[in-house]
Design a protein around this ligand. Sequence first.
Ligand SMILES: NC(=O)c1ccc[n+]([C@@H]2O[C@H](COP(=O)([O-])OP(=O)(O)OC[C@H]3O[C@@H](n4cnc5c(N)ncnc54)[C@H](OP(=O)(O)O)[C@@H]3O)[C@@H](O)[C@H]2O)c1
Length: 224
Amino acid sequence: MPGKKLTIFAATGGIGRQLLEQAQAAGYQVTAVARSPQKLPPGTRAVASDLAAPDPEALASAVQGADAVLSGLGARSASEAGVAWQGTRAIVQAMKATGVRRIVVVSAAPIGTVPSPGRPAPPQHDPGDGFFMRRLFSPLIKFLLRKHYAGLARMEDVLRDSGLDWTVVRPPRLTDQPATGAYRVAYGQNLRRGLFISRADVAGLMLRVLGQPETVQRAIGVAY
Ligand SMILES: NC(=O)c1ccc[n+]([C@@H]2O[C@H](COP(=O)([O-])OP(=O)(O)OC[C@H]3O[C@@H](n4cnc5c(N)ncnc54)[C@H](OP(=O)(O)O)[C@@H]3O)[C@@H](O)[C@H]2O)c1
């Protein structure tokens, strides 16, 4: 959609860099938001914001006039896990203040079964997960990454409560392989035997759903 305006949060991250590159290549006018804007490619229209201590005015100026907001925000460590939901809450507030409605964010494959304050009793098992994922892998990974996942589950709460036109993308293990476009997607559930997806393909999907109104207010599982 050449000429449309996008604001990309966490544009210095693995998915964020892919979002920036692919959006610019597709002809979008991009504003990139990062806590370390010096890490962005030269010439990028940048707004600095540390989402652990967000400045509402800076965020409002970053999203003002955008046709959509994309976020690759995620905690770099367990001790920072709150940033996913607190930062997303600040982004949502800035969008409401400026009348921007469309937002696409990255969550994670197990979150459909992770309890949160807004969803205290989610299904115990994801219908897309097979026996080994349900019994072995998912419980282990949910234990190891429990702080990250609690933050992502609350982030999904923030979006569900936002009244905005949100889409959550829930990838499994991320890789740095090139984009293939050859991935599977499923609404509200994971993909059977879908263990991997590249950051480039996640970014491609996040841009693709902007033209798909049926993805509004949906969580989307994605994997090869
Ligand atoms: N790794 C996996 O296999 C996997 C699987 C499923 C889902 N996920 C989720 O997907 C997310 C994105 O993946 P990724 O590989 O792109 O992650 P990443 O490379 O760690 O990127 C995280 C982004 O969040 C930004 N960020 C963190 N704290 C911030 C703060 N206080 N203020 C502003 N920005 C902040 C980082 O900024 P800086 O560059 O300044 O640090 C970075 O741009 C992960 O965070 C995770 O929640 C990951």
